[in-house]
Design a protein. Sequence first.
Length: 351
Amino acid sequence: MEYRRLGRTDLKVSSLCLGTMTFGQQNSEAEGHAQMDYAVAQGINFLDTAELYAIPPSPETQGATERIIGSWFKARGNRDRIILASKICGRGPNTWFRDDGSPTRLTRKQIFEAVDKSLRRLKTDYIDLYQIHFPERPMPWGSNPTRFSKGAYARPADETPIAEQLDAFADVVKAGKIRHLGLSNESAWGTMRFVADSEARGTPRVQSIQNAYNLVNRSFETALGEVALNEDVGLIAYSPLAQGYLTGKYLDGARPAGARTTLFNRAQRYETPGTDEAVRRYVALARESGLDPAQMALAFVDSRPFVTATIIGATTMEQLRTDIASIDVRLAPEVEAGIDAIHQSVGNPCP
């Protein structure tokens, strides 16, 4: 396992991060504990969760994932050996997160309430990396969209300014409740606004950005990739397997029993025109090269210079073992050339 510096902090995180959003929905508490035990035994020291989880979000399962991680910390007594990341909801319509029934926003009051609730569920005094799950302003689907849509960047009159958000997070850091701040589902413009404020006013510096990045959407590589490399705001890549589509298991409309898309029908971003053909070509390249398609896709993401960590998620131990074994895969020059040739032809079909 490789360990990489998180932004400009003194933390070293494993290049694979265990995503946990299935805990409390598709995975039981015992299964979640087993996954974390196995991941740690393989060298993973980085866990990612959110107040939103489990997925799909609902009032009944909200916070379940953090509670399962908290019970694992209590049972194992290993909190000090884990780099823990969680997230606060940005602007959204759901009213079950806050005590007063308000839709989620990044106001000072909501930031403090969200942090305190996550700490209680996680049974810890601090969160190492606290991320803004999605911005206060409305954003296009996926935040690094593949095309422009009219009205996508409209700014609401009641938007909480970035400076006000950072002032609140500064007080949370001062209180010792979080160590570092990160972004998620953010744009290049938004990331630079956060960086500029921290440099101008000494507010907490964002150390990472968690966005989707995979073979069917490499749009992060351009504007956001430059920001990540030059500002030390490394990518924590989510959906590196495009919600499982890059394994090939959903080709030709297949819906395996128990698979997330089969259960929840929430993967429309990976069912856009051209995606099936792109996935088919990447899967064929992997098999022709003697590689597992999932491991090729993960190895590609992990090898990019702007990536700090790649988030893997699994519902079975077999999937988890396959994903973690990708750290031993090195893509030969001809495989890289094949990937780029496909990309040149199909582009980024997914948002």
